[in-house]
Design a protein around this ligand. Sequence first.
Ligand code: ADP
Length: 239
Amino acid sequence: MSAFINLERISKSFGSFKVVDELDLEIAQGEFLSLLGPSGSGKTTILMMLAGFVEPTSGVIKLQGQRIDHLPAHRRNMGVVFQNYALFPHMTVAENVAFPLIMRGMAKAEVGERVGRAIDMVQLTPIKDRKPAQLSGGQQQRVALTRALVFEPSVVLMDEPLGALDKQLREHMQFELRELHRRLGLTIVFVTHDQGEALTMSNRIAVFNAGRIEQLASPEAIYDRPETRFVAEFIGETN
Ligand code: ADP
């Protein structure tokens, strides 16, 4: 079985500090994979290396068997959603979604088509002409997600995308995101430090500790059969 994304012996150091240490990871097409671990365990760095914003010190990244680690971010066909998803306040929802396409010089007709399709996919059509100030936090986060989906990416990378939302909205968005994942068959790599979130959202969870994977398994296996003391203690913190 060939993986959709391969990280092979990926390391990243900042100066003499090794943040990611010879990481091997395979991600399947259509899976929802969470990178779970405490703050500082290297999760964001891995996501940034996948996205092309941070260059690995060594190792290989492949998408569908082709090396992508030397490609710039805009040629990797990956959508990225951050926690701080700043929307442009003076632009409507549709304009916010169109902006990154216009920046890349896409023809107007195609921009319109893609924006319409993406907004429809995330069911934002009824509010497409509103400005961010007229939207709830959850709706704003959906616009940020749409801005990533408008590229029709093969992978969506998310870094604590729900971290800024209050508990109730966060749970609602977890549900929406799971639905969207299922409906669109997206491949999602999702960074979180929230055990409960990873357990409810994911097909698989990679539990990180100091730049290494302690355990990579289904939520059930992680919860019922933690393989290391670190995993047991980290997962146990939710209870
Ligand atoms: P996580 O996402 O798990 O919180 P990060 O990947 O953000 O972890 O960070 C892992 C470690 O790498 C942290 O100790 C962080 O301070 C360090 N780090 C991240 N980016 C840089 C950088 N650009 N320069 C120096 N150190 C960094």
